[in-house]
Design a binder for this molecule. Structure first.
Ligand code: KIV
Ligand code: ZN
Length: 514
């Protein structure tokens, strides 16, 4: 008999807080649909008081995603809790998640409060949250560096006030499994009424122990784990959802616990997050890394050919990585493309297929073989409903050392051809300067990532950019066999999002004025 573990996904809150991972409302919603398909029990959608955009994300997700519990974060202060409830109250199953630090270091230097004050704030916060909502989670930030007797006191108080989940965060990724086990066991033995609430773990990965600590917490009695897709999050990240879930799946012999996760959706969730944020997973990342199922050494290959069990503890298909049967190239038709997408788990309607096929043929003209990564890129960028206000028609660049680079850009806008040349430190900077010159919109490059998504001399380079237009950041992504072309396309992609957002804002203001 297995015991059920609640999977609380905080990709859209703690994950999104990490540098370069910010997502807009539409991107968060897309991710939330996938988290629902993945089968997570709780989606922490954001921190409503932190910004208007975060409020809007939580509100939208609460309205549209009806399966999982939707949680919103709030500090242990009335304004935060009220704002969280404003964003959450439409949810089918809302949860207010309130937190305050309990370690002396945080009390003395950050909060400048005494233990008595923090104890009282914790009580008041949970009491207020319970007036709005039956499902209230309390987190004792930096719990693992807190005095254990004081932690018992705070957790006892919030359980008495009606918290339904008590979360024990290892905020700075400091604990180790044996110590974390002892903390959870102490709470279980000393907090009155703890048997009626869910104990939760929330581990950061500063020492690379987040997953091990989460598993230790489960073994010690926690029945909820907080985690993120690809392990993204503050600093070294949070415990990785896919690693915890697959550890429970693979080691049922010693871990008699189950989750509601549809593991075959894991890879899709990982890829979607990468595509939205541009944050790549390292090739050797467990479960979802490019090499996670690759066998390179001769001895290993020989073993796997004789029997996969020699070196494989789980099947790639179990996390949604398909062994491809159809190879696509220049001569593949619409049917083959449709079938390949279906093999990957995507059913396209006629309009989507037409659009995807157009993008596919454009890529196939430049590239011998089209891989799953290429198709994912087509799917996740090409089919999005961002109007192509500016279409890139030509990029020409000249670079050399020690001469400065120049680039000429041709953009098309509403049938009009616009041309500009510019100089820059390199061909990419020159191309961006030329694009800004045409549009009159000054973009500041906040982040730029390039990597190769396929191998060989005709490899496709993929570029992700975060560009700040007028104080708001937009992500852009493009793939091409020419990296200056990919860089320019990624920039234009972000530009079109910025133009679209401005138009929508203008429209909303006009609507409001009417
Ligand atoms: O790491 C942490 O302590 C947190 C809390 C807000 C749960 O993210
Ligand atoms: Zn955290």
């Amino acid at each position: 008999m297995t015991e059920r573990i609640t999977i609380f996904d905080t990709t859209l809150r703690d994950g999104e807080q990490s540098p370069g991972a910010s997502m807009n409302v539409e991107e968060k919603l897309r991710m939330a649909w996938q988290l629902e398909a993945l089968g997570v029990d709780v989606i922490e959608a954001g921190f409503p008081i932190s910004s208007d955009e975060d409020f809007e994300s939580v509100r939208t997700i609460a309205q549209k995603i009806r399966g999982p519990v939707i949680a919103g974060l709030a500090r242990a202060v009335p304004q935060d809790i009220e704002r969280a409830w404003d964003a959450l109250h439409h949810a089918a199953r809302p949860r207010i998640h309130t937190f305050i630090a309990t370690s002396d270091i945080h009390l003395q230097f950050k909060l400048k409060k005494t233990r008595e004050q923090v104890l009282e704030d914790s009580r008041q916060a949970v009491r207020l949250a319970r007036r709005f909502c039956n499902d209230v989670e309390f987190s004792a930030e930096d719990a693992t560096r807190s005095d254990l007797n004081y932690l018992v006191q705070v957790i006892s108080a919030v359980v008495e006030e009606g918290a339904t989940t008590v979360n024990i965060p290892d905020t700075v990724g400091y604990t180790i499994p044996a110590e974390f086990t002892r903390i959870i066991q102490t709470l279980r033995s000393r907090v009155p009424g703890i048997e009626h609430v869910t104990i939760s773990s929330h581990c950061h990965n500063d020492l690379g122990l987040a997953v091990a600590n989460s598993i230790a917490a489960i073994q010690a009695g926690a029945r909820q784990v907080e985690c993120t897709i690809n392990g993204i999050g503050e600093r070294a990240g949070n415990a990785s959802l896919e690693e915890i879930v697959m550890a429970l799946n693979v080691r049922t012999d010693i871990l008699p616990y189950s989750t509601g996760i549809h593991t075959e959706q894991i890879y899709k969730a990982s890829q979607l997050l990468t595509n939205i944020t541009g944050i790549m997973v390292q090739p050797n990342k467990a479960i979802v890394g490019k090499n996670a199922f690759a066998h390179e050494a001769g001895i290993h290959q020989d073993g796997v050919l004789k029997n996969k069990l020699t070196y494989e503890i789980m099947k790639p298909e179990s996390v949604g990585i398909k062994q491809t049967t159809l190879v696509l190239g220049k001569h593949s038709g619409r049917h083959a493309l449709k079938a390949r997408f279906e093999e990957m788990g995507y059913i396209l309607n006629r309009i989507e297929l037409d659009k995807a096929y157009k993008l596919f043929t454009r890529l196939a003209d430049r590239k011998k073989e089209i891989f799953e990564e290429d198709l994912m890129a087509i799917l996740q960028d090409g089919l999005r409903e961002i109007p192509e206000t500016y279409a890139l028609r030509l990029v020409q660049s000249l670079a050399g050392n020690p001469k400065a680079a120049t680039a000429t850009i041709v953009l098309e806008k509403s049938g009009q051809i616009l041309v500009q040349s510019a100089n820059g430190d390199g061909p990419v900077a020159a191309a961006y300067e030329a694009i800004d010159g045409i549009t009159g919109l000054k973009g500041t490059l906040a982040d730029y990532t390039i990597h190769s998504i396929t191998s060989g001399a005709d490899a496709v380079g993929e570029v992700f950019v975060h560009v700040d237009f007028g104080g708001k950041k937009f992500t852009g992504r493009a793939a091409s066999t020419d990296i200056v072309d990919a860089s320019a396309r990624a920039y234009v992609h972000a530009l079109n999002k910025a133009v679209h957002a401005r138009e929508r804002e203008g429209f909303a203001q006009t609507e409001a004025a009417v």
